[in-house]
Ligand binder design. Structure first.
Ligand SMILES: *Cc1c(COP(=O)(O)O)cnc(C)c1O
Length: 403
């Protein structure tokens, strides 16, 4: 009998008990809006901002309504506007080009390598050719590129780097936390990310003016002194008449849910990576399957797993995906012709036309992806790997026999 997996790839853990208790307290007092305070009260959102700033080592932190909002706000606070070009990854998810479109700017997509990171040679070329002043760098699926070289390329051309850390909250390159290499880091606390408040996000920076602009943009009603990790009042003076209110605040209910999760984040990240390593070990020697080798300097969070089926015909990939699905293992295929679920590739974003990147297309065509929620045990992960090894191995052997 063939083994079957019965877990759900989209089932996250419950909110920690402490988060539920804190959320009840907020509901009981009724002051859910971040600026609605009792005398002397420091609200949950301000505390969360202080704690997330401390966690990342950033001077300033703004909690917002989503990761996409954080990215668009970072771009707007950097004065990116209609018609400007913004460099970004060809391999990412829809909220990233969406954030660029949000400010009326035009993405210039940069290719992807077999390490599933941004192609730094292509970046170097496009930095020179595009004239873009900003790179919105997506650490897609938690893969972190050589950040030292990336920052060298961008610093040399005075290109500002905004990091999309939706999949790297808690990760590092060398000693530097993800989100702390560029001028701003953006994070998401949407259900499928590393902390779960349904929707939510953060923007962190050491740049006082950027932080003040972002606070004003988020809809602070001139109540910026009620923030937890914002710049001093005087930084706002020169800016407050020029920043529109584009409401995207976080509320106290979500912050209450998130604070205990932040306290547990490092342990959660370690648990994800433990699961990742089990799957990786189980897929080491599968014919036709290419693993993504992780660099030494990359302290990643293994909340999802990717592998490549390079040069496989579409029908064979579809066959392997179908065979895994029949045994309960849901693989997402980035090479599919139509965007489905959370997968899409740069040619699906027709509002942002891009020139073709044949080398990247070959890689994207072969990317398979799955989540590893913490509701999976290590045994679950070993079983998932056995099923993939079985089905992909069989299809791979069939392909080679046909050659
Ligand atoms: C989830 C995600 C975001 C942010 O998403 P929101 O849903 O807006 O919080 C940004 N980038 C990537 C790559 C993502 O997966």
């Amino acid at each position: 009998m063939k083994e079957v997996f019965t877990g759900s790839f989209t089932q996250q853990e419950p909110i920690p008990e402490a988060g539920m208790t804190a959320a009840m307290a907020v509901m009981q007092h009724g002051r859910l809006h971040r600026y609605n305070l009792a005398p002397g009260e420091v609200p949950e959102v301000a505390r969360l901002e202080q704690e997330f700033a401390a966690y990342t080592g950033a001077k300033y932190c703004l909690a917002v309504a989503s990761g996409g909002y954080a990215m668009a706000t970072a771009l707007r606070a950097l004065c990116v506007g209609p018609g400007d070009t913004v460099l970004s990854n060809a391999f990412t998810l829809a909220p990233v080009p969406g954030a660029i479109a949000n400010v009326g700017a035009v993405p210039v997509f940069v290719g992807v390598t077999e390490a599933l990171t941004i192609d730094l040679d292509d970046l170097e070329r496009k930095v020179a050719d595009s004239g873009a002043g900003v790179l919105l760098l997506s650490h897609m699926r938690g893969h972190v590129c050589d950040m030292d070289r990336l920052m060298e390329i961008c610093d040399a051309a005075d290109v500002k780097v905004v990091e999309d850390c939706a999949h790297t909250m808690g990760a590092r390159w060398g000693d530097v936390p993800s989100g702390r290499h560029g001028i701003a880091g953006c994070y998401s606390t949407q259900t499928y990310k590393h902390m779960n408040s349904g929707e939510g996000g953060f923007l962190v920076t050491d740049d006082a003016e950027l932080a003040a602009r972002a606070v004003l943009l988020s809809g602070s009603y001139m109540l910026y002194d009620r923030h937890g990790a914002a710049p001093d009042r005087d930084v706002f003076e020169g800016l407050k008449y020029d920043m529109p209110n584009m409401s995207g605040r976080m509320d106290n209910l979500r912050a209450a849910i998130l604070r205990p999760q932040l306290a547990a984040l490092d342990a959660q990240c370690a648990a994800w990576t433990e699961r990742y390593r089990v799957v990786e070990a189980g897929l080491r020697d599968v014919p036709g399957l290419t693993l993504i080798e992780r660099p030494q300097a990359e302290a990643f969070v293994g909340s999802s797993f990717q592998f490549l089926l390079l040069d496989w015909p579409d029908a064979a990939i579809r066959g392997a995906v179908g065979a895994c699905k029949a045994r309960g293992v849901e693989l997402k295929w980035f090479g599919a012709a139509e965007p489905a679920g959370f997968t899409s590739t740069y040619d699906h974003w027709r509002y942002a036309p891009a020139e073709r990147m044949p080398d990247s297309d070959l890689i994207l065509r072969g990317v398979l992806d799955m989540r590893l929620p913490l509701t999976f045990s290590l045994d679950d992960c070993a079983l998932i790997a056995r099923i993939i090894a079985d089905e992909v191995g069989e299809a791979g052997a069939g392909l080679r026999a046909a050659e």
